[in-house]
Structure formats: structure tokens, C-alpha cells
Design a protein around this ligand. Structure first.
Ligand code: DX5
Ligand code: ZN
Length: 220
């Protein structure tokens, strides 16, 4: 199992975005978490295909695209063209989850399925065989800098248990309110891909990335 840091660029300084991304790549973050918000599925609006198209060759990181978008099947192809490597959709946002996951696979991308804090763990069970990654939201999606919801730990354990029961070793990514002080709890619960925005980006991006990577290496 690989242990991966996925810095969320929602928290980055967009005046110097290329440099911020490089700082995380140079210090070991293998994914770049790209939060797409449409103002419908979540209350805020972030960024879309053009920004991804301009940054995806700024680094060799995996472009881990998190679509907080209503009916995301409409945009999978566009995000593939813009440079996505992995696309995660919300179970709550899809009229047809199977069709949407199928579309991501058809586009040759790694497939992720995400659930909000209020959605029970059991809801992803039917899809575990069809995905590369489950994204457990540990905050209500829409904003960076929120507080980690502790009930998420039990949900991570449950989903890891379901995967093991089905003989599946897919990734579990956790997203929202994760910092150096609580990341070990999230890893101990069974996650192996860690999203961090405000705990990485700021005036010590390189050092924060290094400190997260030191902790992740304890689990290798
Ligand atoms: C929230 C996003 C998260 C967020 C993480 O809707 O999906 O990726 O940017 O930011 P922090 O790590 O600051 O909670
Ligand atoms: Zn996210």
C-alpha cells in the first residue's frame, strides 16, 4: 500500500501557484488535489478546466481531480483533456453512479468515488469493485480550513473493513481538516491518501510538506 500526500491547491497562493506546486513536488507530494466547485453541489465556486490545463505540466504529480459538481458525467471528458489523471465524483451528485464511474474508466482515468460526512459508509459498498479510490470527506465539502469531523475515523475503518471483506485493496483518500497533529489518527483508521490544503500551503509550504512526508514514511 502506498502512502500518499495530496496537497489541495485550493489553499495555495494563486499569485505564485507554479512555485507553490513545485515546493510540494520537490518535497515528496506525489498527488496534487484539485478541488472543483460548481456553486450548485457545494455553495462555493473554485476553478475548472483552464487552470488545470495550465498547471498539469508544471509538475509530474498525479492530478487528483475532486469534482464537487452536480451531474459530473457532463465534464469527465473535458477534465481528461485538461490533464486529469484521476477523477473523483460524489455519489450524492450523480443521477447514475455506475454510468459516471464507467465514463471515467472509458476516458482511461483512475476512478474515485466520494461521500459527504452525512452519507453512510455502507452506501459505497456496491461500487468498491468498480473504483480505484474512495474519498471520505472529513468536512462538509465547499471550503478549505474547516475542522476535522471526528466521526470520519469510524467511517474510514468501516470502508477499509468492507474492502478487506471483498478482497479489494483500493485506496482510501481522506479530505478536510487534516493537519500534522491528527494525520496519524487518519492513517491508523485505514486511510492511505491524505489531502491537506491549509496545513500545507502558506509561508512554509516546503517544510509542511516535508513534515507530512516524514509521518507518512512511518507507515511504509
Ligand atoms: C473541501 C475540499 C478539500 C479542502 C481541504 O471541499 O474538498 O480538499 O480544500 O482543505 P483543508 O485541508 O484546509 O481542510
Ligand atoms: Zn477536495
Amino acid at each position: 500500500m502506498d502512502y500518499i500526500l495530496a496537497p489541495s491547491i485550493l489553499a495555495a497562493d494563486f499569485k505564485v501557484l507554479g512555485r507553490e506546486i513545485q515546493e510540494t513536488e520537490k518535497n515528496g507530494a506525489r498527488y496534487l488535489h484539485y478541488d472543483v466547485m460548481d456553486g450548485m453541489f457545494v455553495p462555493s465556486i473554485s476553478f475548472g478546466m483552464p487552470v488545470l490545463a495550465s498547471i498539469h505540466d508544471a509538475s509530474d504529480q498525479v492530478m487528483d481531480v475532486h469534482l464537487m459538481v452536480q451531474e459530473p458525467i457532463r465534464y469527465i471528458e473535458d477534465f481528461r483533456k485538461a490533464g486529469a489523471d484521476l477523477v473523483t465524483v460524489h455519489l450524492e451528485a450523480c443521477a447514475d453512479v455506475d454510468a459516471t464511474l464507467g465514463k471515467i474508466r472509458e476516458c482511461g482515468l483512475k476512478t474515485g468515488l466520494s461521500i459527504c460526512p452525512e452519507t453512510p459508509a455502507e452506501s459505497v459498498e456496491p461500487y468498491l469493485k468498480d473504483i480505484d479510490m474512495i474519498l471520505v470527506m472529513s468536512v462538509h465539502p465547499g471550503f478549505g480550513g474547516q475542522k476535522f469531523i471526528p466521526e470520519s475515523l469510524d467511517k474510514i475503518r468501516k470502508i477499509r473493513g468492507m474492502m478487506e471483506a471483498q478482497g479489494i485493496s483500493a485506496d482510501i483518500e481522506v479530505d478536510g481538516g487534516i493537519g500534522l497533529s491528527n494525520v496519524r489518527e487518519v492513517l491508523n483508521a485505514g486511510a492511505n491518501v491524505i489531502v491537506a490544503g491549509s496545513a500545507v500551503f502558506g509561508d512554509r509550504t516546503a517544510e509542511n510538506t516535508r513534515e507530512f512526508m516524514e509521518i507518512l514514511r512511518e507507515y511504509e
